[in-house]
Design a protein around this ligand. Structure first.
Ligand SMILES: [Zn+2]
Length: 234
């Protein structure tokens, strides 16, 4: 199977679905990761151009560690607009390139504009990617792919219906998260956010719900043509 996870920022994937993607990889899937935003506003001191490069390298390192193919859309933070044709076309080409059988995208009701835009851009692009007469750089894919929403930040207002036991992959998920050093350090010093603690609480919280040590949680996007009867998540 080919799996594509689309998130807003570098480090969202590690928090919300890295364990699941590692489990996909372990069952033999080919895994692709797209970050729509380049993370260039995620610091109080480092300026955007420099930070963009740092964060791209951090995300690449994390994907390399896991054997995932990294496909960044490279749109500035706070600059993704879900009605932008130009941005949708970037996403269409990423989806056409990855040609996924399973798509994991952000929930449409999350805490900030980039996450909401990422969800809507990904949803629209997933359909557009299948239209042969919608011309972009890459040819159309003929798959109408099932879509799963990953949990919202801190799991707020998110009611999952599918769980993935990631206990076996939890340490690796954490190692991948630690690749995002620029974020981990400034969030700790500036906001008192502890990356490791947040990741553990979230994974244990969803683990508690399904009686496993650590889990990640999802809900299917229930729209026509994307509903399947088989279990797609690992
Ligand atoms: Zn984010």
């Amino acid at each position: 199977m080919r799996v594509l996870a689309i998130t807003a920022h570098p480090d969202d994937m590690e928090f919300m679905c890295a364990g699941t993607l590692l489990k996909c990889k372990a069952r033999g899937d080919e895994v692709f990761v797209c970050t729509i935003n380049n993370g260039n506003m995620g610091h109080m001191v480092i300026m955007p151009d420099e930070l963009r490069d740092i964060r791209r390298a951090e995300a690449q390192k994390s994907c390399d560690m896991a054997g995932f193919t990294y496909l960044p859309a490279d749109i500035g933070d706070l600059c993704s607009y879900y009605q932008s044709k130009e941005q949708k076309d970037i996403l269409v080409d990423i989806i056409r390139q990855a040609d996924p059988d399973l798509l994991i995208i952000p929930d449409p009701e999350d805490y900030m504009c980039d996450h909401v835009a990422a969800s809507k851009l990904a949803f629209d692009a997933a359909f557009m990617a299948t239209c042969p007469h919608y011309f972009t750089k890459y040819p159309a894919t003929d798959k109408i792919t099932p879509i799963y929403y990953m949990a919202t930040a801190a799991g707020i207002n998110f009611n999952p219906t599918e769980y993935v036991d990631i206990t076996e992959f939890y340490e690796k998920k954490l190692q991948m998260l630690h690749c995002h050093e620029s974020q981990e350090i400034w969030l700790r010093d500036h906001d008192g956010v502890d990356y490791t603690k947040e990741c553990r609480i979230l994974s244990e919280y969803y683990g508690l719900q399904c009686h496993k040590d650590y889990a990640e949680a999802f809900r299917p996007c229930l729209v026509s043509h994307r509903i399947v009867t088989e279990r797609m998540l690992p």
